[in-house]
Design a protein around this ligand. Structure first.
Ligand code: FPP
Length: 254
């Protein structure tokens, strides 16, 4: 039997160095997890929900400010109808089952993406979760639903034009405020499970200086221990933001 993972010790270890304020996750590998076990794809999504719960809980306990989960992409609408429908039902049911627990733990739910494309019953649950948790001050759980980075940027450009913004008024901060992620810090750490080295249209503007962590672990197997491993790896990185190492060290010592 594998040794039990000691989250408390891991938390102490992680507290020695700065934590990522915002972690964004591309949850991938549900289908392959199921296939390897001779199960239908949806079984992978169901097991993936358990990982969602573990990672939301872990981020809350560690004091991460924002967790963004890529739950359904703009491109995912093109999957077989039965899978889209199963995912929408699972999303609706999971939010329904978890809302009290999320609320009790101070989690604030928000979304990015074109949520009006969701089926009415799913949309209702999502809006309910946003409304119920809107005053909470703990972890911000940002669900990317019907989300695509290019569309988001395009929509922001459209908004700028619509507001008749003059070219000299449109700087990076103003443009950021027109995106779905307005008000959130950019992700410090992007995690992608299942080994693929791709961004898949996720937060294209916001990840300009994010650290990227790719793990071969499939999403249904990604739990608190794997989260801790990802953050420990992040804490070894030197974030230079285009500067040279000596400049970064000088800045830190000030
Ligand atoms: C990617 O695996 C996963 C998804 C497209 C859906 C993720 C959704 C969940 C984990 C459940 C609902 C989420 C919440 C927030 C309650 P894949 O199907 O692309 O796997 P594959 O690449 O192995 O086929």
């Amino acid at each position: 039997m594998p040794a039990l993972f000691d989250f408390e010790s891991a938390r102490k270890e992680l507290s020695k160095k700065p934590l990522p304020r915002h972690i964004a996750v591309i949850m991938d590998g549900n289908g392959r997890w199921a296939k390897e076990r001779g199960l239908p794809r949806v079984a992978g999504h169901h097991e993936g929900v358990k990982s969602v719960k573990a990672i939301v809980e872990g981020c809350g306990e560690l004091g991460v400010e924002v967790l963004t989960l890529y739950a359904f992409s703009h491109e995912n609408w093109n999957r077989p109808t039965w899978e889209v429908s199963a995912l929408m039902k699972l999303l609706m049911r999971t939010i329904h089952n978890e809302i009290n627990n999320l609320d009790a733990n101070g989690v604030r739910v928000r979304t990015i993406g074109q949520i009006d494309r969701l089926p009415p019953a799913t949309l209702k649950q999502v809006k309910h979760a946003i409304e119920v948790t809107r005053r909470n001050t703990g972890l911000v759980l940002c669900l990317a639903l019907s989300y695509g980075g290019r569309i988001e940027i395009l929509e922001a450009a459209r908004r700028a034009l619509h507001e008749k913004m003059t070219p000299n008024r449109l700087d990076e901060a103003t443009f950021s405020s027109l995106l779905d992620t307005a008000g959130l810090p950019d992700p410090d750490l992007v995690i992608r499970t299942s080994g693929e080295h791709r961004i898949s249209n996720f937060l294209l503007w916001q990840i300009a200086y994010s650290e990227i962590y790719v793990t071969p672990t499939y999403w249904p197997d990604f739990r608190k221990k794997e989260l801790v491993d990802a953050i420990l790896d992040y804490q070894t990185r030197e974030r230079r933001f285009g500067l040279v190492s000596e400049q970064v060290k000088k800045k830190k010592s000030k």
